[in-house]
Design a protein around this ligand. Structure first.
Ligand code: C5P
Length: 218
């Protein structure tokens, strides 16, 4: 089994995580959640009392922490300086600050480097994020861009997080705007990405379609 890199990008609530994990499990490949890495750095920033808008201090924290993340699609752990942060990085404090931290160029350079190393080591891996096809793995074997209507994305996220749909919609719109307009590696659709609108598609249909695409490409 040779090298195979699948890049899955798209906004929050587009179904990226579920699709990427299932695709990786079915392929017997590794899985890398790059959003969890930005969230873990954000957790460290908040814990150290640094203002997420203070780019210089944020970069310093990012350079000093020991961030570890697994790549098993059936379940991976994230630790920061030995603290298990899997639950905390999904909380509202981290979600509210992560886009500011992810906009800091030094943070991106650091994490993109780590992500490339992990991809090289894994060989066969599904990687999800915002800039995977455009920056992290521009030579990926398959690039996918998942979208869904704002209403569908808000409904999915609010069901996952058990919070109000209106508040979720507002938070998604805010993060999308920040993630798409930042200068460093913004969320963007690679021209060579396969675009799939998941509004009306079930997870299994999306995964099946991606497996077909991989088979077609040999
Ligand atoms: O995918 P998830 O919602 O966990 O990502 C959290 C945040 O991390 C995004 O809103 C974005 O600001 C940042 N991110 C990024 N680049 C990636 C993955 C995530 O900037 N490759």
């Amino acid at each position: 089994t040779g090298r195979c890199v699948v890049a899955v990008d798209g906004p929050s609530g587009s179904g990226k995580s579920t699709v990427s994990r299932r695709l990786a499990a079915g392929l017997g490949a590794r899985y890398l959640d790059t959003g969890a890495m930005y969230r873990a750095i954000t957790w460290a920033v908040l814990r150290s009392g640094v203002d997420p808008a203070d780019a210089e201090s944020v970069a310093k924290v990012a350079g000093e922490v020991d961030l570890r993340i697994g790549t098993d699609p059936a379940g991976y752990g994230v630790t920061v300086d030995g603290h298990g942060v899997d639950a905390d990085i999904r909380g509202p404090e981290v979600t509210g600050a992560v886009s500011a931290v992810a906009a800091v160029p030094a943070v991106r350079a650091l994490l993109v480097g780590r992500q490339r190393d992990m991809i090289t080591t894994a060989g066969r891996i599904v990687v999800e994020g915002r800039d995977i096809g455009s920056v992290v793995a521009p030579d990926a074997d398959l690039k996918v861009y998942l979208t869904a209507s704002e209403a569908a994305r808000a409904a999915r996220r609010s069901a996952e997080d058990a919070v109000d749909v209106a508040a979720t919609a507002a938070d998604l719109a805010r993060r999308d705007r920040l993630d798409s307009t930042r200068k460093a590696d913004p969320l963007q659709q690679s021209t060579d990405a396969v675009v799939l609108d998941t509004t009306a598609l079930g997870i299994d249909e999306v995964v099946t379609r991606l497996r077909e695409l991989l088979t077609e490409r040999g």
